[in-house]
Design a protein around this ligand. Sequence first.
Ligand code: F6P
Length: 545
Amino acid sequence: MNSPLSPAWVALAEHQKQLATFRMSDAFVEDAERASRFTLDAAGLVLDYSKHLIRPQTMSLLTTLAAERGVTTKRDAMMAGERINTTENRAVLHMALRNPIGAARTYAVDGVNVAPLVQHELAHMREFTERVRNGEWRGYTGREITDVVNIGIGGSDLGPQMVCEAMRRLVLPRMTAHFVSNVDGAHLESVLARVNPETTLFTISSKTFTTQETIMNAKSARAWFLARGGTEADVAKHFVAVSTNTKAVREFGIAADNVFGFWDWVGGRYSLWSAVGLTIALAIGMDGFDELLAGAHAMDEHFATAPLEFNMPVVLGMLGVWYNNFWGTTSHCIKPYAQDLHRLPAYLQQLEMESNGKSVDLQGNALTVPSCPVIWGEPGTNGQHAFFQLLHQGTSMIPVDFIAALDGGPTMQDHHRVLLANCFAQSEALMVGKSAAVVRAELAASGMSPEAIDALTPHKVFHGNRPSSTILLPEVSPRALGALIALYEHKVFTQGVIWNVNSFDQWGVELGKQLAKKIDGELQSGNISSTHDGSTQALMRRAIR
Ligand code: F6P
């Protein structure tokens, strides 16, 4: 199990060589069923993965690999509450956060059903968010809350922010959600410049409540509040916290009633379904938040029950492994053709790269094959006018996930049609390309001289045969978005199992934090330690004023 070079791995490597001359466009001609053969429906989403460098045999070999690596047993172990996050000795049960009351499946840690904990916290969220939204909860001068400022970073920021942006149409008209994550004071300053202390609620969101950026921003926000008329007694009306560390929250001075909890079996980057989603619920209401949970739950059930070959997250995960490990790709592009999903690439960067950006396996041995690729992207159509040149004609092959909603909403429907046309055109162009013969014919038809045609043709050729998936949502609704996020969560899990890494720890963030603390102390004191390298010492000297 330690070595990925199992029989299925070797067979896939052999199979990849046989596909050296494979052309996707030809495969569509040879197989009239290809589009439907490689399309899956699950939890309201459609995944078309027919524009990939695959034959049916590829998928069965990848499925054999996934089975051989234990995707099914490890999935079941995760869902059974086993402590699969071994380096932190924690269970991984974010699925429990979206398991509805009365569901057949129960999630338990150490034999204890976690549903009552989850339902209690959801009820607390509902009670609080309804009071804020209906105007019963008021600020210190008796005015209704109009602005929520979420202070958090990483998983305590990216998910809530991404969802709030995506759900902009559902946000309570009088409410604006703001997000402050960066320790750069410019971030907090720019948000505070837009809000009024009398009508602003701060949600301090931090799993650990020790994160430097969040605590510093929270303290500065409180100081701002106190300097603008609020008193210590008023803090309770304007500051709430979401954390697993209730002791630290109390020490910070937030009233016990204003603390929303969650548990160590919820990883930071998997936490938007917990009270970390409080800002989402404040913005769109608890019914909308429940819809988000319902969409994710539908995907959980699909992941838990569908055979590997027809399991949407597993298929997405296996395709990623196919390119990463057998075609040598090193990055993966996320292209939401939905402006409302513009923060999705940033969200997926943390989800995928913090989970699977590892170089040792679960047993601590060095990996002998590459793990997570670089995840990046921008919404379409903007990327088309920026980096698509490289996707189409650059020297590297970069698989793309195109994500689009079939219904763009009631307004500007002609815009939505053009958006979808562009989305479909890009995946088609990546696959079909344009041959030298076609380029020549086009240039000749435009009246160009043969010499000029010779000179220009190589620049206008698209080799094509570049892979992409297309994921269709019915619309950008809470339910569809919930399903989409859960799809990627389980994709990440699948890949983590295939690479045999722990997808649920993040030790790689620690060293920088340690050094930043040390350097900050030295910048404050002005005493630069000679233990730093020459470059760091010189940079520090420039920063001391
Ligand atoms: O430093 C990385 C990290 O621990 C992430 O995993 C996490 O989402 C983020 O920091 C924020 O952590 P916290 O919610 O504990 O403030």
